[in-house]
Design a protein around this ligand. Structure first.
Ligand code: SF4
Length: 358
């Protein structure tokens, strides 16, 4: 492609003379720490991710401590980050490295790529940053910079588009300094060629950047995603007995797997107080119980990638314990140690764990 040499040279010059972006994992050579940072940063903003990364590394400084930690503790540290399958994969992979690979992080690109939860981007990041191997990273920042500078109109989320960008990124990579180059292009995308309002007037690529010259910065890169969002309605019964709340672990293959929740009644639409009090599940659960409704919360919503969760919390006090083994009663100290999805954690935080205190 035209101007490839100019691009790579200018990028490295910018990196040498102007790049002052700081991040706790920058320059890191330990593959375990790079891996943790990259998994945390998938689908997470750097500002939010930093806090989680620092806490993770503090609690689990190496793969052994992560592999042997209680899963509940790992999920608790992950609480609020979302996309919990990342946490599940992190645990699985840590155990695999600890047991099967005797604690040695794999060095070959193909071996890194075969780890659970590790895709092309993460494998390239680990291979280049930790082992200085010539694999170009391709994340949202890199797609954007390449698409704009070279004026590429192929969609970044198609198989054909990904193949094209992978080949281009690989051909631009400084093979002698892959770690330096990869970090430079990601930093450049994050601080100069930003998604909205890129800093074109101070950009060293300006005079040859197709998007700038053709006024296309707001349309590139092209993404064909049609994000179909499923709407779900969750009614959480916060059942209190003797200063304890009933909870259970979500074991189903669904969102928030392995996290904890209150008694859930999922409905086809948002329910008002009268509707939920006539719900058959609720009536059967509370059959034979004297109960008092302590709170019927406002509507709460949380957007996930493919789902929009809307719901309420209905805090109910009962006079004798619930029958059945599906749920267990947790006191305040236990509740604080359990990992909850953000939907519930925010409610608990707002109510300061609502045991008889509403
Ligand atoms: S000129 Fe603007 S659009 Fe082009 S690479 Fe620089 S910041 Fe991005």
């Amino acid at each position: 492609m035209k101007n490839e040499k100019f691009f790579s040279t200018s990028l490295l010059f910018w990196n040498r003379t102007e790049n002052s972006r700081e991040m706790p994992w920058k320059g890191e050579k330990n593959p375990y720490k790079i891996w943790v940072s990259e998994i945390i940063l998938q689908q997470t903003r750097v500002q939010q991710g930093m806090h989680y990364y620092n806490r993770f590394i503090h609690e689990f400084p190496d793969v052994k401590t992560l592999a042997t930690a209680s899963e509940k503790k790992v999920y608790k540290l992950w609480e609020g980050l979302g996309y919990y399958s990342r946490c599940k994969n992190l645990i699985t992979t840590a155990k695999f490295i600890d047991k099967t690979l005797e604690g040695n992080f794999p060095e070959k690109y193909e071996d890194i790529l075969s780890l659970k939860g590790v895709g092309n981007y993460t494998a390239s990041a680990i291979a280049s940053f930790a082992f200085n191997q010539p694999y170009a990273v391709l994340d949202g920042n890199v797609f954007r910079v390449l698409s704009r500078f070279f004026g590429i109109e192929r969609a970044v989320n198609t198989t054909e588009g990904k193949k094209f960008y992978t080949a281009l990124a690989q051909s631009l990579l400084d093979k002698k300094n892959p770690a330096l180059y990869n970090q430079a292009i990601m930093d450049f995308g994050a601080v100069i060629c930003k998604p909205a309002l890129p800093l074109c007037l101070q950009c060293p690529f300006q005079k040859k950047c197709v998007a700038f010259l053709k006024n296309k910065t707001s349309v590139l890169p092209i993404n064909n995603t049609v994000n179909k969002q499923k709407k779900r309605f969750f009614n959480y019964l916060v059942i209190e007995y003797n200063h304890k709340l009933y909870v259970k672990k979500r074991v189903e293959k669904d969102i928030w797997q392995n996290l904890y929740e209150f008694i859930l009644i999922e409905t086809k639409s948002l329910q008002n107080e009268q509707q939920i009090l006539k719900n058959e599940q609720l009536l059967s659960l509370l059959k034979g119980h004297d109960f008092k409704i302590k709170l019927f919360s406002q509507k709460i919503s949380q957007k996930l990638t493919h789902q929009l969760i809307t719901g309420r919390f209905i805090h109910i006090e009962i006079g004798k314990p619930l029958a059945g083994k599906k749920y267990f009663a947790a006191d305040m100290d236990q509740l604080k140690t359990l990992p909850f999805p953000k939907f519930i954690a925010s409610y608990l935080a707002e109510k300061n764990v609502p045991l008889s205190s509403i």
